[in-house]
Design a protein around this ligand. Structure first.
Ligand SMILES: Cc1cc2nc3c(=O)[nH]c(=O)nc-3n(C[C@H](O)[C@H](O)[C@H](O)COP(=O)(O)OP(=O)(O)OC[C@H]3O[C@@H](n4cnc5c(N)ncnc54)[C@H](O)[C@@H]3O)c2cc1C
Ligand SMILES: NC(=O)c1ccc[n+]([C@@H]2O[C@H](COP(=O)([O-])OP(=O)(O)OC[C@H]3O[C@@H](n4cnc5c(N)ncnc54)[C@H](O)[C@@H]3O)[C@@H](O)[C@H]2O)c1
Length: 464
């Protein structure tokens, strides 16, 4: 057991790892990691999920190509090839990242679960205790579990998974139960269904993706009802494993029912890792939900201690964690004139099929607080490229302030919504009027982006 002092300690190697750079070469830095280097996004989140989504999109598009006069036989899905291609690339990155840090002359790596034991004092979980002048907490979160015996812990050997393990299955399961109607549920329901798994999706409310704009959530839910064995207003209360499959007893508005499958995926949200870190022992204030309280400069209530990403943010999104890490990096070097993180226009996308992308206020939020707004819903199918696609699902909903003529929100569902939304994000960020954005730049004809142009042009249409 040794005691050591560092100038700077960083806890977590997700977005936290990006803080270390040449500008801090004169600092004695420690970085702490309880798992593999790179964090959630790289290892068990954004990147592998999207690497599964892409082949699933191809399978799904092919399955519905008959509207275009094309028919394909059902795809041969080589699950292990897909899995091994994905993790063959990803699994090389964490050891290389860790090696690089270990070889950096001013960086010490502590591979353990760090825990506060006093003011700016940490038990590293490796037998060492360290103190530091400054600490950055970037320790993220972990999947929430259910308070039901059998589903109260991830147990891959008995088929109970979270996103941490489900992508590493040895076989594509014939059947799967997904619990949770949010991002992870939507993305994995798409992935596994498209590849051939029969998906039962248990959602405790009356719609999936309820946090989205009502038009998007309702349309997406209707599509999901056609595609999956979707059980709305349904909650499991008992789980029994017979050695091969789980049977979940559920209550729902339509009466009680049982569902069975060898694999259960828990996708019911995440919780911040503040408890593992025992931040209270470091005097660090938290919200009631466990996230660390930070100000706009990413500073906690303890002088010299910063936090970023999922452990403190209002958003559990990688682009936000990265942005907050940039703020911390800047403020560590400029503590006398700190910069705030810009959270004005934070977009997100759900990489399901169809994709969803959104930022700003939803129509229901504007209505609830009585904010006046203009609204237009433009269908992909009503622009030329949408005709080419014979698209029947895509839509762009824009909401604008009738006075300033600036965007209040944008909500897209459809092919490549996550990319298509970007000009609207720019418009909101740079506070451009919808009229200027629609009329001044050229919009390539007949590209799908014309759906954005037409949505903006349609904002003054009657009853829109
Ligand atoms: C399945 C899934 C898909 C996702 N897809 C997207 C997407 O498409 N787009 C998007 O924007 N976001 C996505 N996200 C969210 C995104 O992954 C997170 O917002 C982001 O990774 C958070 O980064 P972070 O640095 O805050 O935390 P993390 O990346 O979680 O890093 C925290 C690190 O701290 C370590 N740690 C925790 N506690 C301790 C401790 N006590 N001591 C030492 N180390 C510790 C952890 O092991 C981890 O490596 C997804 C998340 C999931 C789960
Ligand atoms: N494309 C992306 O950017 C992306 C993809 C995946 C995850 N993420 C991030 O990761 C976070 C976690 O994803 P998630 O899907 O687990 O969370 P989520 O918050 O998106 O959805 C959780 C769902 O589980 C339900 N739920 C919560 N508790 C429940 C319970 N006890 N029983 C039954 N249902 C319950 C909720 O009603 C909700 O429908 C997201 O909030 C998101 O920020 C982002």
């Amino acid at each position: 057991m040794s005691q050591r002092h560092h100038d700077l300690v960083i806890i977590g190697t997700g977005s936290g790892n990006s803080i270390i750079g040449p500008e801090f070469d004169d600092l004695d830095i420690a970085i702490m990691e309880r798992g593999v280097f790179g964090g959630t996004c790289l290892n068990v989140g954004c990147i592998p999920t999207k690497m599964f989504v892409y082949p699933s999109d191809i399978a799904e598009e092919a399955a519905h190509a008959d509207r275009l006069g094309l028919s394909f036989t059902a795809p041969q899905v080589h699950w292990r090839e897909i899995r091994d291609r994905i993790f063959g690339r990803i699994d090389q990155i964490p050891p290389a990242g860790e090696k690089y840090r270990r070889e950096s002359p001013n960086v010490t790596v502590y591979a353990g679960t760090a825990r506060f034991v006093g003011d700016k004092t940490l038990d590293t979980g490796t037998g060492d205790t360290v103190t530091a002048d400054r600490i950055v907490i970037a320790a993220g979160g972990r999947p929430r579990l259910l308070d039901i015996e059998g589903l109260d812990k991830a147990d891959p050997t008995r088929g109970v998974h979270t996103n941490d393990t489900v992508m590493r299955l040895d076989e594509l399961p014939e059947r799967m139960i997904i619990i949770g109607g949010g991002y992870i549920g939507a993305e994995f329901a798409h992935v596994f269904d498209a590849l051939g798994t029969e998906v039962t999706w248990l959602v405790r409310r009356d719609a999936v993706l309820r946090f989205e704009d009502e038009t998007v959530s309702e349309s997406f839910t209707a599509l999901a009802q056609d595609r999956f064995d979707l059980r709305l207003n349904a909650s499991p209360h008992k789980a029994v494993y017979d050695g091969a499959a789980w049977t979940l007893s559920c209550t729902s508005d339509d009466g009680d029912f049982d569902v069975s499958a060898p694999v259960v995926l828990l996708a019911i949200g995440r919780e911040p890792n503040t408890d593992l870190l025992d931040v209270a022992a470091g005097g660090i204030a938290t919200h009631p939900d466990g996230r660390i309280v930070v100000d706009e400069f990413q500073r906690t209530n303890v002088e010299g201690v910063y936090a970023l990403g999922d452990i403190s943010s209002d958003y559990e999104l990688k682009h936000v964690a990265n942005r907050e890490a940039k703020t911390v990096k800047y403020n560590l070097a400029h503590s006398d004139a700190p910069q705030a993180t810009d959270h004005r226009v934070v977009p997100h996308a759900v990489f399901a099929n169809p994709q969803i992308a959104s930022f700003g206020k939803t129509e229901q939020e504007l209505r609830e607080v009585g904010t006046p707004y203009l609204v237009k819903v433009q269908k992909y199918g009503d622009v030329a490229y949408g005709w080419a696609m014979e698209d029947e699902v895509g839509l762009v909903k824009v909401l604008a302030d009738p006075g300033t003529r600036r965007l209040l929100g944008a909500h897209l569902m459809g092919y490549q919504a996550s990319s298509l939304i970007q000009p609207l994000i720019q418009a909101a960020q740079f506070e451009q009027t919808v009229d200027a954005v629609a009329a001044e730049p050229y919009w390539i004809h007949p590209a799908l982006s014309e759906v954005i142009e037409n949505a903006l042009l349609g904002l003054d249409e009657p009853n829109s």
